[in-house]
Structure formats: C-alpha cells, structure tokens
Design a protein around this ligand. Structure first.
Ligand code: AK6
Length: 273
C-alpha cells in the first residue's frame, strides 16, 4: 500500500472546496491536499448516523475492499480518517461528473460510445471478480466520468447508499437480476445482467424492463420480457450481445471475457476505454 494509505490524515491537510453532492450519511466536497495540491473528493459521514443505521462494520469492510482495488475504471478510495463526530473518506475526484446527467442530456449514446463504456465496465468487473468482489452496483447513478472521458464505477457504498438511492431514485428495481428480485443467492453473474441492462439503457435511453408499477417491473424481469423498440435504430450485433446477457439462468449469461470478444464490442469499442 502506498504512503497515502499509511499516513494519518487530518482535516488540516486539506483545503475544502465546493460541495459535490450529498448522500444519506453526509456530504461530499471537492478538496485539495495542501502538500501535494492533489485534488480529491472528501466524503464526510456522521458517526451518529452510521451508528444508528448500524453500518459501521459495512463501511469498515468496504474501506478494506476498496483500498485493495486499483483499476482505471474504478473510483479510488485513497484513505480515510475520523474525528470526534465524523468519518472522512478521501476519494478520487472524477472531473467530468455523473454519467446519468450526460445520458439524460443526450437521451441515448452512439453505439461506439456505448460499446466503449460497456467494454471498460466489463474490464473493471472482470478485475473485481478476479478479486472475488461482486455486485459493484453498476447503474448510471453510480457511474462517474474522469477527466479523459473514462468511466469510473463510483460505488456509493452499494448496499447502503444504493438502497437509499434506490428509494430516492423512486425505488427503481430496474437493475436487479431475476435471482435478486426473487432474493435467491447471487454470484458474479449478477454483474453481467446489470451490465446488459446498462448497455440497453445506453442505447435506448430507458432500462429494458421499465414499467409504471413495481409489480410490472418485477414481472418483466423474472419473465425476461425483453423487447427492442423500433427507434432509435440499433444494430443487430448490439441486440445480440444484450440478448446473451439478459438471460434468466445466470450460468448461461455471456461471461465477461467472451463479451470483450463479441463482434459488437470489437467493432465499436475504443480500445483506450
Ligand atoms: C470508492 O467510492 C466510494 C467508497 C465508499 C463510499 C461510501 O460512502 N461507503 C459507505 C458509506 C456509509 C456506509 C457504508 C459504506 C462511497 C464511495 N463513492 C462515492 O460516494 C462516489 C461519489 S463521491 C465522490 C465523487 C467523485 N467525483 C465526482 N465528480 C462529481 C461528483 C463526484 C463525487
């Protein structure tokens, strides 16, 4: 681990800048580490709220996992520190912000842009699975964009924030695979399903099983009621890839290394990611 992990950081090591957003457990600020002038995102969590939600162990486990993850498409957790009332997470700052805002702005992405994002996420997930880390909750709200336009899985504390965000994101179940909706146990193949849902949303601007009522979304997911709209026009190669990922039996979903060899990815993804 680098010196960043070992050092005992304090708030005095940072100049605090503008707020970047807020979650249930606290706010995130742009910050600059004074000695190195390194720009980071400083996430401030209130111990009182962590305690009353019994998530301290969750946070400790997550900090432990994140401190070993090093991948260009996974947002870094450089370190953490705490004072009397708060815990501070020193996070990588993604200069181009939240992907879902970009998706809302341009409705849907070109096939090249979608394939480039899907390929970089597949590489990041393969890296995580290699380290036995799964359920990197990959939906647009959890993806940030770095200075060079590269995607970063930001992972807002998946089981905590996402639950919180899922409720605040008007309770979307859209990204859950059948086995999670049916609350069976899940494995790394849940991430293939979520990546398939994401690929669909990148290309069509809406998730594949969207419905007005929760119960309808639930039914569409467990029945894998997959339909491709006539507009926007999407290549059959893209539809073929999505159809191989959104498969009910998790063991029959296209594995990540096969995804990276799929013609649609090979022909459309920018290799630099
Ligand atoms: C590795 O990442 C994380 C690791 C852990 C946690 C976390 O809170 N865990 C937790 C909390 C409580 C209980 C249990 C677990 C959160 C993140 N990541 C984020 O929160 C991303 C947005 S903050 C950063 C950031 C960067 N770059 C930006 N550019 C524009 C906005 C923006 C925002």
């Amino acid at each position: 681990s680098t010196e960043a992990e070992k050092k005992r950081w304090t708030l005095n090591d940072f100049d605090i800048g503008k707020p970047l957003g807020r979650g249930k457990f606290g706010h995130v600020y742009l910050a600059r580490e004074k000695r190195s002038n390194h720009i980071v995102a400083l996430k401030v969590l209130f111990k009182s709220q962590l305690k009353q939600s019994q998530v301290e162990h969750q946070l400790r486990r997550e900090v432990e996992i994140q401190s070993h993850l090093r991948h260009p498409n996974i947002l870094r957790l450089y370190g953490y520190f705490y004072d009397q009332k708060r815990v501070y997470l020193i996070l990588e700052y993604a200069a181009k912000g939240e992907l879902y805002k970009e998706l809302q702005k341009c409705k849907y992405f070109s096939e090249r842009r979608a394939a480039t994002y899907v390929a970089s996420l597949a590489r990041a997930l393969a890296y995580c699975h290699g380290k036995h880390v799964i359920h990197r909750d990959i939906k647009p709200e959890n993806l940030l964009v770095g200075a060079q336009g590269e995607l970063k899985i930001a992972d807002f504390g998946w089981s905590v924030h996402t639950f919180n965000r899922r409720r605040t994101m008007c309770g979307t179940l859209d990204y859950l695979p059948p086995e999670m909706v049916e609350s069976a146990e899940h494995d790394t193949n849940v991430d293939i399903w979520s990546l398939g849902v994401l690929c669909y949303e990148f290309l069509y601007g809406v998730p594949p099983f969207e419905a007005k009522e929760h119960s309808d979304t639930y039914r569409r997911i467990v029945q894998v009621d997959l339909k491709f709209p006539a507009k926007p026009i999407v290549s059959s190669a893209a539809k073929d890839l999505i159809s191989q990922m959104l498969v009910k039996d998790s063991s029959h979903r296209l594995p990540l290394h096969k995804l990276l060899e799929h013609p649609w990815i090979v022909q459309n993804a920018d290799p630099s990611g």
